[in-house]
Structure formats: structure tokens, C-alpha cells
Design a binder for this molecule. Sequence first.
Ligand code: SF4
Length: 452
Amino acid sequence: MRILVFQFVPDVRGKPVPRFEPQLGILLSLLERREHQLSLEGLARFDLGKIKAALARALPQLIYADISAVCVAAARRTLEYIEQHEFLPIVTGGSYPTVDPAGCLSLPGVQAVAIGEPDASLVTYLERMKDPAVGQIVSGVWLRDERGTARPELPPLVEDLNSLPFAHRDLFNYSEHIRQTGQVEIATGRGCPQKCAYCVNELVEKLYEGRGVWVRRRSPGNILAELAQLRERFQGVRLVRFLDHAFALDGDWLAQFLMAYKRQCDLPFRCHLRTNAADDDTVRRLAEAGCQFVDVEVLSSGNLIRNEIFEMDLSGEQIRAAFARLTAAGIRSRAIVYLGAPYESEASLAETRALLLELKPDLVDVRPYYPWPGTRARNLCHEQGWLHARGEEQYHEDRVGIDMPACRPDVVATFIRRLRNELPTTLDVPWWRRWSSASRSAWGQVFQRRRL
Ligand code: SF4
């Protein structure tokens, strides 16, 4: 079957779309194995020219829409156009169908919605579509037809991740990505043991309750085989980027993996590090294996927002100790903060700035808080009547997604601009060194003028 895949993903800091995403990449590999002919188009917003060109290129028999939970408006308009002009069957998957399957099933022209991890369910569903005589009810795929709506249960989780194919890359124009960044991205597992209230992880874990182990990891050998294949296929790979938040959360697996990685790959790498896992041993192991850079979710300075609202279970001491260890080990860091979170105030904004100045990360990623659908933090905002009237538009405009009387969106926007101007958002010389050398030279000029 000729399948045109639309990936609806937000425009994040100008990164091109379609954008590599491991779960979608694996699904594309599985579909290719079944000899489906695939095309992929990425859309961050409704773009009629791109949609028409993709349809003309692919001449599809079916549309698969992978919809991010913050791209529902773009998906709705696109699917409406397809329903009115092309009369093609439309099947969806991704984060929006998972958090709101009923809402997704009511988008124009959608006949089926794959919930959660779509690997097995969607492939089976598409096989059954070929033969209308066979019943089409497949675990994990909600359906709407003239007989009504079917909401079958989810299938068990794929526990052996090594049994899945390596993710498809070519359709994401991956050689161009490597040419521009020198980075190859890879996922080492699925699921996360943490339960941060701003993340959709907990909801998906609950959906799969009783259907297998939630936190799963690939074997070191399987990951290294994929990395070897990628280095052979793509010239110019200089850095490996591990995408999982849970990458360093299992000490035994990490020790085993890093030992094998150092022996067999030995490229510098970048990963996520939660500060509750950043003990001496872990940081030392990461540094010895070639970790050059870590992304650290700091989120907010205060205990109220970080621990009571977002339930990150991270103390200020843990965060300070983690950054000190990273600096001592020579690992550069990016601190990620969300501003404008529930119960934010002008005082807590100033405290977050003070914490960043104290931690001295090499890079900061200052994001406006957006209440991601399907999260407990969003439910709280909903109960308090704080959800912004302009919904996901706020996300696409890089603005905070809630509107609290105590800390209006304009106040947050001004503070974000200030922090982005003040602190480093791209990597070069560490900002505090630049700052201190700039101030040294400013003082030097003052003294020189005095001497003259
Ligand atoms: S650590 Fe990351 S993936 Fe895990 S629950 Fe928290 S935000 Fe989600």
C-alpha cells in the first residue's frame, strides 16, 4: 500500500520538520518490512502548498497522521482538506491520540486511532485493511465506522526491545541532519521510572498497567550494533546523542553499557542526567566513557514548584551538588528551566535567575511553561481556571500556556527575554568566563582612562 505519513510536530527552535523521532522511525521500518511504500511530510502548521505537493508526490492510498498533542489545530485543518478533496482513509497515532483518543477519532476523516506504542497494533491493522472480509478489530486501535465506535483494550507492551527493527532514518533526511550537526540520535529504551507531573509518561504508564514491564532497555549489544551501522552509513558522525530521560537512571545497566560503549564505539556523547542520579560514581563513569555534555532538568528554583507542583523529587542540594560534580569532571551542561509554571510569582522568577547564576551551566534553555495535555500539572491548571484562552497557539508562539492573576504571561515573557539575553543559549566560551573577562576589560579601560 502507498502510505503518506504526516508528522505534526512543533517548530522547536527552528529545527526542520519532519524531525527524527525513534518511535515513529521504528514504525516506519516495520511498515517498510511489510513492503508498504512510504513517504513522509512534516508539518508544524497548516501549509496547503506542502500538503498538495506531498499528496502529488506520494499518490497515497492511505494517510497516517502522527500527531503531537500541541499540533491538533494544524492536524485538524490538514485532515479536513484531505477529507474534502482526496477521500482517503486516515489513521492516526502519536501523543495526541494517546492522551485523547475520542477527540482524535472525531477529527475530520479519521477512521482509526492507534493508542500508545503503535508498533504491533498499527502494522496488524493495516494488514487487515487489505482484506475487508477479515474483522478489523485490533488491540490498541480505536475505530469508527457505520456500526459505531470500537474501543479495544491495549495489547501487551513490547518487552524485548531488541526484537524491534532499527529506526528508519532516510525518510527524515538524516544525512542532512548529520551534515549539519555531526550528531547521531538514538534511544536506548522506553518508559521512565520517574513521575514528573508535567510529563505524559505517567498517563501512558497507567494505560499499560498490567500489560508488562513499563521501563525497558535495549541490550548494549543491540544499541552498539545500531550505532556501528549508522556510522558506516552516514559520514561525519562526531557525537552520539542519547535521547532518553531515563538513560542514567539504572546504575547497573549504565555501568554495563558504558563499558561496552567505550570499547566498541568511543565517540564523545551527550545524554540526559537527572540530578537525583548524578552521584559521584555515575558522573565519573559518564566522564570516563566520553560524556561531553548533559541536559539537566532544573525546572525551577523553588521547592513549591519543582517538588510540590511538578513532583520532581529533587532537592536544591542535589541540584547544586550535581552541577559541582559535572564541572569537576569536565562535563559541560545545559540547565533546562520552565518559567510561568503554576504558582509562579515575580519572587520565584528572580530566585530561578539567582540559581542559574549560581550553578553556572554552560548553556541554559529557558522555556515558557506549557501545560502539556494528559499531565497532572495541566489538570491542576484546569481546576484553577488558569489554562490560557488561546490554547496551543501560545505554545507555537513560544509563550506561557497559562494565565494566572499573580503572574501574567507578559511578566513571564519579559523575564524570559531577559534571561535569554543575559545567559548563554548557544555553546562557545562559558558565559561566566565571557562575563568576567568582559567586566575585567571594562574595569581595565576605566583604570587606563584614569591613568591617562
Ligand atoms: S524524567 Fe523525564 S521522561 Fe521521566 S517522568 Fe520526568 S520528565 Fe518524564
